[in-house]
Design a protein around this ligand. Structure first.
Ligand SMILES: [Zn+2]
Length: 531
């Protein structure tokens, strides 16, 4: 039961359920000899049909803040990817590297062969070897786990229903009143999607690491600067996030969580053994959701889902590297190409401006906010979603100045909406919502329609579209859009349907979800008791 107390343990447990339900690799026995880096790769599995890579890219522009466009950086990363594909004997495979506009250290691959890396990797990596290791690991999932990349997606709905249930439970007990219903449902979806995207089993993570070790070895990269450095960076980031999450949880919940635990103990004395477990689950979920609400770009997902056992992975790759110790000792990481890239004016300013922007998003009311915001939206990032969003938040956090009509801060966002290479769905959504807040349904509707012109094939954008039609038209219209959405995107069915629920229907659904949450808690309790 103790383990449930850690904030990070709960999602691990939930994700565990989902992993079990879809099968997946198990760890090779610890006694198995470490493989040789000179051994051949498993043969590539033929792919009769690749998913459309452009659709995949657009869909990723509809997640979070979308993608970061930087020609020099992307050319460099795609050069690395091309060399890795060639080293694996599949130079003709589709798929490109993209930079995610987040301030975490997330990375994922898609069935279309695309590899997505969070921007801080470009800034923090010590050498080319480290970036090559990360791309090679993600490429490993494309090469080895093609079928899983698909099944992960199919299972998204399942993990979402679990989370929704858990969340309803949390809401009942912790009564997190700061949250509107739509907010909490969206947060549950966000969490669910993160879990769904990170459902690789332990064995699959090892296999992708080993794949990366072999490719890097073939290309002459070092072990210390490559796979090892990459895993160490993830490991220390996870530790830092877990600590931050713990602190934030304490600060946010403080007395409230104490009250919940106290109630748990009280229930226990009444003979209800389940109570302490339920109480801890409630605290865990509530704190996770609170964290998400506090910062749009919070990195809870990193702690919760991806690569949860980095220390184990480090141990395993070390065993493999040991077999080649003498040879690997001679290799030096290539730090020069990356330094040269980062020294380019365009890339240097891009990294600087994103840092400013993320700082502002975390603290838009900062004293020097306006000056920083101006810098963030200058030069190479003048039309990027993150800096513009930061500048928008800075303006919003300040009372309107000057005479006459107050300027509409959301106008800033239109710069991104007009930029082909930088468009992010979140900007369209926020522009529409800003109009809705000033009761201008006609313009809000116009923004949604404009957004659809660019994001019609991005399934991630559709629940937002459906919900906004409910607001600007009526909920029957929303339901028509919801059915259209479900017909186009099989795996989005339940999210489309949820988005079309009127506030009254949503309340009823929450009531049902609460019941499910209790069932889930009961199942968890039985599991805990068995162990
Ligand atoms: Zn992985």
């Amino acid at each position: 039961v103790r383990a449930l107390i850690a904030a990070a343990a709960l999602p691990a447990l939930l994700a565990g359920c989902v992993t079990l339900s879809v099968g997946g690799g198990s760890a090779p026995p610890a006694a198995a000899p470490a493989p040789s880096l000179d051994a051949p790769l498993p043969p590539p599995v033929a792919r009769p049909v690749w998913p459309d890579p452009v659709e995949d890219e657009t869909n990723n522009r509809a997640r979070g803040f979308g993608l970061v466009h930087s020609a020099p950086a992307l050319d460099y990363l795609n050069g690395l990817y091309a060399r890795l594909k060639a080293a694996a004997g599949v130079p003709e495979w589709p798929g490109r590297v993209y930079l995610i506009a987040s301030d975490g250290l997330d990375a994922h691959a898609s069935a279309a062969g695309n590899v997505y890396l969070a921007l801080p990797w470009l800034k923090q990596a010590d050498s080319e070897d480290e970036l090559a290791a990360l791309i090679a690991h993600e490429f490993g999932h494309v090469y080895l786990h093609y079928h899983r990349l698909d099944s992960v997606v199919v299972d998204a709905d399942y993990s979402m229903s679990l989370l929704q249930a858990g969340m309803a439970l949390a809401r009942r007990e912790a009564a997190s009143r700061r949250w509107g219903q739509a907010d909490s449902v969206q947060a549950a979806y966000a969490l669910g999607m993160n879990f769904a995207a990170n459902l690789y089993g332990r064995g699959e993570e090892y296999a992708a690491d080993e794949f990366a070790l072999k490719l890097l070895h073939r290309l002459g990269y070092s072990y210390d600067g490559g796979v090892k450095a990459m895993l160490e960076r993830i490991d220390s980031r996870e530790a830092a996030l877990a600590e931050r999450l713990r602190q934030r949880r304490e600060a946010l919940l403080g007395q409230r969580s104490e009250a919940i635990r106290a109630k748990g103990r009280q229930d226990q004395t009444k003979g209800e053994l389940l109570a302490p477990v339920t109480a801890e689950i409630s605290v865990g979920i509530t704190s996770l959701i609170s964290s998400l609400s506090d910062s749009i770009s919070d990195s809870v997902s990193e702690v919760a889902g991806d690569h949860p056992r980095t220390a184990d992975r480090l141990e395993r790759v070390a065993l493999v590297a040991e077999r080649h110790e003498a040879e690997l000792a001679l290799r030096r990481p290539a730090d020069e190409p990356l330094q040269r890239l980062r020294a380019r004016e365009e890339v240097r300013r891009l990294l600087e401006n994103y840092q400013l922007a993320f700082d502002l998003i975390a603290d838009p009311a900062a004293a020097d906010g306006p000056a920083k915001a101006q810098r963030a939206v200058s030069g190479p990032t003048a039309r990027h979603a993150v800096p513009l969003f930061a500048a928008y938040m800075v303006q919003q956090s300040r009372p309107a100045s000057g005479r006459g009509q107050a300027r509409d801060p959301a106008q800033l966002l239109e710069l991104n909406m007009a930029s082909e290479s930088d468009r992010a769905w979140i900007v369209f959504r926020e522009r529409a919502d800003a109009y809705l807040r000033s009761h201008d349904r006609r313009r809000a509707r116009g923004v949604v329609e404009l957004g659809l012109q660019h994001f019609a094939r991005a399934e991630e954008a559709w629940p937002d579209v459906v919900q906004r039609y409910g607001i600007v038209e009526d909920w029957n219209t929303a339901k028509q859009w919801g059915r259209d959405c479900a017909a186009r995107f099989e795996r989005m069915r339940s999210r489309c349907e949820m988005a079309a629920l009127s506030p009254d229907e949503m309340r009823e659904r929450e009531r049902q979800a609460q019941q499910k949450g209790e069932d889930l808690a009961n199942r968890l309790k039985r599991r805990v008791e068995r162990n």
